[in-house]
Design a protein around this ligand. Structure first.
Ligand code: GLN
Length: 258
């Protein structure tokens, strides 16, 4: 009888230890929802199983680990990023998002920046006519992704009459496809994303001319959400100091700014 009671007690004890461990894991910290547009490798993309992966996710996960929160990533179209945080459907934007943009700054609050970028013109490998933005002409179509800084520039060229048409598409994957099909003459896209594509699929497309502007990516939260913004900034600083930021840069083959 004594033996049975002992065994039972050990069993009950181990059950309660397991339960404690489990519930601790679930209640510890918050889970935030982040939105992104995942046709922007190496910052935001999807793997074969449809999971959202990239530099932004690794960096934000490291920040969350440091600050005691978890993050769930959701894909939306690029121009739905700001409405998602404004409506409270998401807590933050993790999307290689230019924090220098004045219009965006009016609508959301940006974290400290974590990557310096810029736009470039991309054409087919065998195109010898287009040598940079100045050689785009009245008979040419130029594409970029809706809501991006690249789209702003393409629309500006269209309005000024330098090009025939700005073709604004939903994802950078479709923009590149259109370029390869010959439907458009050039794509305006962020330099590290163009470079990543060329590295993965060499011989198809090339970058021409100079980098056209200077932008810096930041994470964004709803206006006034200083609690989350402080966590992100504190975590980012710690992740930079610990060397983890540099490791994540290496993993995704990008040049960090810290
Ligand atoms: N850097 C560009 C922007 O902020 C593009 C970002 C993206 O397509 N994810 O508009």
């Amino acid at each position: 009888m004594k033996k049975i009671i002992m065994v039972l007690m050990v069993f009950i004890l181990s059950l309660s230890v397991m339960a404690c461990g489990g519930s601790e894991g679930q209640t510890k910290g918050e889970t935030y929802i982040a939105v992104t547009e995942p046709t922007f490798a190496p910052f935001d993309s999807t793997d074969e199983d449809g999971n959202i992966i990239g530099f932004d996710m690794d960096l934000m996960n490291a920040i969350g680990k440091d600050q005691g929160f978890k993050v769930e990533y959701k894909a939306v179209e690029f121009d739905a990023l700001i409405p998602a945080v404004q409506s409270g459907n998401a807590d933050m934007i993790t999307a290689g998002y230019n924090a220098m943009d004045k219009n965006r700054q009016k609508k959301v609050d940006f974290s400290d920046t974590y990557y310096d970028s810029g736009l470039v013109v991309m054409v087919k490998q065998d195109n010898d006519n287009i040598k940079g933005i100045d050689s785009l002409t009245k008979n040419m179509k130029v594409t970029s992704q809706t809501g991006t800084t690249g789209a702003d520039l393409a629309i500006k060229l269209d309005k000024e009459g330098q090009i025939k048409e700005a073709v604004i598409l939903n994802g950078f994957d479709t923009a590149i496809l259109q370029l390869q099909n010959g439907d458009v003459d050039a794509v305006i896209i962020d330099k590290p994303v163009a470079e990543n594509y060329i590295k993965k699929q060499p011989g198809e497309i090339k970058i021409v001319g100079e980098t056209l502007n200077a932008e810096s990516y930041g994470f964004a939260v709803n206006k006034g959400n200083t609690e989350l913004l402080n966590k992100i900034n504190d975590g980012l600083r710690n992740v930079i100091e610990s060397g983890e930021y540099e490791e994540i840069c290496k993993k995704w083959s990008i040049e960090g700014v810290y």
